[in-house]
Design a protein around this ligand. Structure first.
Ligand code: ADP
Ligand code: MG
Length: 406
């Protein structure tokens, strides 16, 4: 977040007008896209207030559509007017986002991901389809490295004032429902979420193709690789469960190999409640960067719609586990809320798909397998990166097994 005043030694520059530029720099072998401002004959790192995010907005407004500038490509969906006055986003973030005039958010890819990058294509498809349950895309800037695939260096979206992060609103929602015993609000919000996910998939229907044997094998092998890692990293309780239920678990995951000749699409790819902002009681899907645990070439590939549905449904179960951990509520009080919330989401999703003529996108046994893979991924994630998260899969795996072993 802190901008330093050190001089930059850019590998490449996109001039934004005035003294401003987007600079690609090499930071100890990792590439980064940073805002830059000219200082005499040098470039220095720009911070909020230097006007570099405003300059990018002006460039977008002045060049609607697609334009190529050297190794950069600019795609703009806005024609102005351009807001002014920059301030930083202060919440926990991976990259660096700047809010301009309370109207737009400019996200500089300070953690540049190797390409190919899924977001530009997803945002273009969703914009063309008129999907509105996301922060309005204003534009994207991509860059083609000298020795790799094109990737995303800056994203500009409409700012949602007062937007609440997914984990925050969802945990509060299920806690309120468990405390009061009245699940109507939670059911209503989760049903709306189900409709939003159905709209998302219907809007991406132009990208639908059919899976091959190689696709199914890759999903199956990927899930078994996750299982192998989870066996290594699970806490004793889950390690025992993985051993005791090995036959059921391998049978569920093995079904992924049957997903041949099924519809697949350029889905969100990493959908969970943490990707859903809530503002004024409306829900907005964010982060079309794909699944960070996959290699870049796999991140852009089409997947069954069940990948997204499994991700969002399983995350609701994890919300209930977090709510129990962070409150006086016993897990038994939260389990019925979890069941109602997931039921409402699934019903609304299926209803939304059939309303829009896309019921064929839903494949039930794929849903169960991808949900299990998600639980296993939480074990791996906690084991490798965040041990204090392990209580979530510690509770989620037994619940999943109980629900699906019958
Ligand atoms: P990063 O990749 O750096 O983590 P995110 O896209 O996750 O960036 O955004 C970081 C945070 O900024 C989000 O958790 C959210 O709180 C806020 N945010 C992102 N986009 C918007 C938006 N369009 N309107 C309001 N807040 C936003
Ligand atoms: Mg983030």
């Amino acid at each position: 977040m802190q901008s330093d005043s050190t001089d930059l030694d850019p590998l490449d520059l996109l001039r934004l007008g005035g003294r401003h530029a987007l600079a690609i720099v090499d930071r100890d072998g990792r590439l980064s896209a940073v805002p830059a401002v000219a200082d005499g004959d040098r470039w220095r790192r720009a911070g909020p207030g230097d006007g570099t995010a405003e300059a990018l907005l002006q460039l977008l407004a002045g060049t609607p559509g697609r334009s190529v500038r050297g190794r950069f490509e600019v795609v703009s969906w806005t024609s102005g007017p351009t807001p002014e006055t920059e301030r930083p986003v202060t919440v926990d973030q991976t990259n660096e986002s700047i809010i301009v005039g309370d109207r737009a958010v400019v996200k500089w890819a300070t953690h540049l991901e190797p390409g190919p990058h899924p977001a530009p294509g997803r945002l273009a498809a969703l914009t063309a389809a008129g999907f509105s349950a996301m922060p309005t895309p204003w534009g994207v800037v991509t860059w083609r490295p000298y020795d790799g695939a094109e990737t995303l260096v800056a994203t500009v979206t409409g700012y949602l004032p007062g937007a609440v992060d997914g984990w925050t609103w969802a945990v509060e929602l299920v806690k309120d429902a468990a405390r009061s015993g009245d699940h109507a609000t939670a059911i209503g919000v989760c049903a709306r979420l189900g409709t939003v996910v159905a709209d998302l998939h219907a809007s991406l229907a132009a990208t639908v193709t059919t899976s091959t044997r190689a696709d199914a094998k890759r999903w199956r092998d990927g899930a078994f690789a996750t299982l192998a890692a989870a066996r290594e990293l699970a806490a004793p309780g889950n390690a025992q469960l993985l051993a005791d239920h090995d036959e059921h678990i391998t049978a569920v995951l093995d079904r992924l190999s049957t997903l041949v000749d099924i519809p697949i699409l350029n889905a969100h790819g990493d959908l969970h409640v943490g990707q859903v902002l809530r503002a004024d009681d409306l829900l907005f899907v964010t982060d079309f960067d794909g699944n960070p645990v996959l290699p870049p070439t796999e991140r852009v590939l089409p997947v069954p719609a069940a990948v997204d549905l499994a991700g969002i449904l399983q995350s609701l179960s994890h919300v209930a586990i977090v709510a129990a951990e962070r409150s006086e509520l016993a897990p038994e009080r939260l389990a019925p809320v979890d069941a109602d919330a997931r039921g409402a989401l699934l019903d609304a999703y299926l209803h939304g798909l059939s309303e829009t003529g896309h019921a064929g996108l839903h494949i039930e046994h794929a849903l169960t397998a991808f949900r299990l893979q998600q639980v296993l991924r939480e074990i791996v994630y906690a084991g490798r990166h965040l041990p204090r998260w392990m209580y979530v899969p510690d509770a989620a795996l037994p619940a999943f097994l109980q629900e699906t072993s019958r």
